[in-house]
Design a protein around this ligand. Structure first.
Ligand SMILES: C[S@@+](CC[C@H](N)C(=O)[O-])C[C@H]1O[C@@H](n2cnc3c(N)ncnc32)[C@H](O)[C@@H]1O
Length: 493
């Protein structure tokens, strides 16, 4: 049965304008300037749409771009292992608290999921099955390097030796101090100003920025009316159980509403000052379109149209499968609408827009990976001179034994980066996403893997480029194109 969202019909013309590809050159020029990555530019070409080009020469190992995320989310299952800032994803609190908190949750029987599939998915099998075409999954090639370096995805082979709850609690409450831990201490926790348990930050700056951009509409703290709070909790739970990309789509809508309110407030102020009464402050589509501008730049396809058909779904069931995906998105949208609806921004609650947002994140996102100081700590202890190591390990060993291989799990999530997402694919890339030792937050780092001449397009690989030709083409079908890079052209013959 056809799924009908009344808002799609009511605003069909405006929605078409919102979803039309946008390439405002000055937007990208400004972004490049604020990120101080002046060696690149974003250009259009008729074959692949937008792309990133070198505006100066890069040598192998040079930093091409450090891009700040526009929207990010930590995978829900990873929240058990890693306590990070809800805005920049830096680790927060002491080593004792990180370890104690993890062991506490482990003792309570809260399970973790350390599968290498760290794309957009929550732990749900449903979402795992349905996440075929996320760039972050296929970016494994570059980011898996990080995973391996940081020990992420280590299967829990080591038998964990549990510790009594009182020992775990005293560690978590920092009554017990581990040797040398002060060397790895992270910023202390700044709580959410709305009083919810979800929002914890590394600084007041991050807390305020998150509040301004997203969290004031997504906070489940005490100020929220109970009906909205219930709906918001239901929306979050549904996303955690199905696909955490829904949380990103929710954030995109929330940020547009908040942007719109800011623009409107500025216009009101202007009207108060102005003698002329012609400044209209009713919801005008231009203002909403302006608020939507950062999102309008992203490459979009509707989720139910672009998602690859899973191997276990027969092609004759394709239509039913796509309808099921659309229904899942609609369920999520209705929960979100109940929680944060704003009449003036009604058209943002269109299913077409919601589906396009999900598709945008699925096709463009990169893995969010931040190395853990807990791993660094245990490596440091292991590398101490023998006598100091022996002494330290008398205290640390029981905790390492209790953690097992999980001691090294890094922060994992998925994020949309506005400049990096303009990079096209090549099976012979000249750059890759790679975290360096100093990259301890959720920003994307793109490094040149060979000399890149001025004017050359900068490409990354969305997939494992070492796979055989057929497998590469099959993986790239998830992105809706077949690769015609020199390597593919040569291997096809
Ligand atoms: C992350 S976006 C890259 C930026 C995109 N070109 C744009 O216009 O915004 C990914 C999409 O770009 C296109 N694309 C990327 N690399 C390509 C390639 N080598 N050949 C054809 N299309 C490509 C595909 O449509 C893909 O789904």
């Amino acid at each position: 049965m056809e799924i009908i969202c009344p808002i799609d019909a009511k605003y069909s013309d405006q929605i078409a304008r919102f979803l039309a590809p946008s390439d405002r050159q000055e937007y990208f020029e400004q972004l490049i300037a604020t990120r101080k990555c002046t060696g690149i530019k974003v250009k259009h070409d008729s074959d692949h749409g937008k792309g990133v080009y070198a505006d100066s020469e890069f040598q192998e190992g040079d930093l091409v771009l450090k891009d700040q995320m526009l929207f990010g989310v930590q995978h829900s299952s990873n929240k058990i292992d890693c306590f990070v800032c809800g805005f920049c994803y830096r680790f927060i609190s002491s080593i004792e608290h990180q370890i104690g908190r993890k062991l506490y949750l482990q003792n309570l029987g809260v399970s973790t999921n350390h599968e290498c599939d760290q794309g957009t998915t929550s732990s749900s099998a449903v979402a795992n099955d349905w996440n075929g075409s996320d760039l972050s999954d296929d970016e494994a090639n570059s980011d898996t390097v990080d995973c391996q370096n940081f020990g992420e995805c280590a299967s829990s082979n080591t038998v964990k030796i549990p510790l009594p709850m009182e020992v775990v609690l005293s560690l978590m409450h920092e009554e017990l101090v581990l040797p040398y831990s002060e060397k790895f201490s992270q910023p202390s926790v700044i709580p959410c100003r709305g009083g919810c348990n979800e929002g914890c930050y590394c600084s007041k700056l991050c807390m305020e920025a998150d509040w301004e951009m997203f969290h004031s509409l997504l906070c489940t703290g005490t100020e929220l009316k109970s009906r909205r709070k219930e709906a918001l909790l239901a929306f979050i739970e549904h996303a955690n159980e199905t696909n955490d990309i829904f949380l990103l789509a929710g954030k995109a809508i929330v940020s547009t509403i908040l942007n719109y309110r800011k623009l409107k407030a500025a216009k009101l102020k202007q009207k108060e000052k102005s003698v002329c009464s012609e400044v209209s402050v009713d919801c005008d589509c231009h203002m909403l379109l302006e608020a939507w501008k950062p999102i309008s730049m992203g490459f979009k396809r509707r989720w139910w149209d672009c998602i690859a058909l899973p191997d276990d779904v027969d092609s004759c069931d394709e239509a039913a499968f796509r309808m099921q995906i659309k229904q899942l998105a609609y369920t999520s949208l209705k929960l979100l609408k109940e929680a944060i609806f704003d009449k003036e921004c009604e058209l943002l609650f269109s299913l077409d827009i919601y589906g396009s947002l999900i598709g945008m994140f699925e096709l463009n996102n990169l893995d969010l990976v931040v190395a853990s100081p807990v791993e660094d700590y245990f490596l440091y202890i292991n590398e101490l001179p023998e006598s100091e190591k022996k002494k330290a390990e008398q205290v640390t060993k029981p905790f390492l034994n209790a953690l097992g291989d999980d001691y090294s799990v890094c922060c994992q999530g998925t994020a949309f980066f506005p400049l990096q997402s303009c990079m096209n694919h090549s099976c012979l890339p000249n750059a890759k996403a790679f975290k360096r030792e100093e990259d301890r937050d959720g920003q994307a780092t793109i490094i040149a893997v060979r000399t890149i001449r001025k004017g050359e397009e900068i490409t990354i690989s969305y997939i494992d480029e070492d796979l055989p030709f057929e497998e590469r083409q099959a993986s790239l079908a998830d992105y809706g194109f077949s690769c015609r890079c020199p390597k593919c052209s040569e291997e096809q013959q």
